[in-house]
Design a protein around this ligand. Sequence first.
Ligand SMILES: [Zn+2]
Length: 468
Amino acid sequence: MDPISWSLKKMKRKIKIYKNLRFKNSKKIFLFAGGISVLLIAILLINNPFPVFSVSINGRDMGHVKNKDIIYDIVDSVEKDLSLKYGTEVTIKEGVITFEEASSKEMKPLDESSVIGALSESRNSFLKAWGIMVNGRRIVALNSREKAQGLLEEVKAKYLREGGQYLEIGFKEEVEINEINVRSEEILSYDDALSYILTGTAEKREHVVQEGESFWTIAGKYEITVEDLAAANPTIDPDKIQIGQAINLMIPETYLTVVTLEKAVESEKIQYEIAYEKTEALFKGEENIKQKGNFGIKEISKQVVRENGQKVSEEVIDSTVIYEPKTQIVLIGTKALPASLGVGFFDNPTRGKVTSVFGRRWGKQHEGIDIASDKGTPIKAADKGTVTFAGWKGNYGLMVVIDHGDNKSTVYAHCATILVEVGDVVEKSQQIATMGDTGNATGVHLHFEVLINDVPQDPMKYVNYTVN
Ligand SMILES: [Zn+2]
């Protein structure tokens, strides 16, 4: 029990004892008086005819009473009135009223309304109240425990979302409701107490927006940050303030942090895989989607911790696949390009002079023609096709082979540089290499072959060079 209510009880007990004593005393006095000589009474009466009491409240003289009960009755009635007024038990403080024995000769009537007025002053009484204690410090006092409890519930409810599955709702701070004694002005109305707990003040300060003002200029005017001003006005879009609109200037500094543990279920996409399948049904370089991929869906159960509505942490509790993803299958063509893809006749693969023709030469078979020019002269594909070889090939040096489909291919040898890779689809007349003298070559030239079913043909039948 706290000292105030203890002394309150003590005081009440004292009053009772005193009342009894007074009664007993008067009996005793009566008996005593009965037992003592009438003379003595007479002497007493002459000196002090009737015992009366001067009444003072906080040292201020209120008049005299013959019987202290008159005062106690007034105390009772004032306490009752104040209790009704404040909605809680009100007690007049001990020591406020003092009695002094006085002579009936100087009897001055009691000013009852002054007594009531003086006793009603807030400093002379204390109220039974319920304080909301945060980390041991009293933040607000209310006149009922139910109000204090209701207020805490309302603070919690402010941060709950509709449909939320809350596993726990509590405060980060240590919060309790304690019975306390306070002065009447310390008790707040429910609304003021709520506002105080949520914003750190019951005070209201506003600014009315003037022409040409922005959140930025208003914040500057009151020397607060734009972030704080925005936080103090959660329902106002800082970019859309209007002339005449009231902006709250009190920066909320809530005394309580509502901590919630919430179960949340979220759906998440599962990325599909892509697989490749080779097919003869498509030409080299062609692609086709055989099966379209689909995202899968998984359901993730989480436990989310929020403080005043702001997420501070989350933990995945469970994850269930609702739909498996479907793999995307892509067809890759392997079929050689048909003749129809090539134009069917060949362009000259380079410019220059034919220095050696197809056929036997110095006792050896020459499988192609030689076209000589300067080193670096562009070498072009004779027709559209797919590169099937690009690299070093013995006496041929750096060599490119292009498959034109329809069992036709062309060979380009002794190149200085190669510009294509195996698998490349090249267009007719696209540059594929530069002329050089790599491998077994006498002088810079292109050795050019045309093959049908891998059998060398006379290229002069397919190209258009003049031989002098
Ligand atoms: Zn040659």
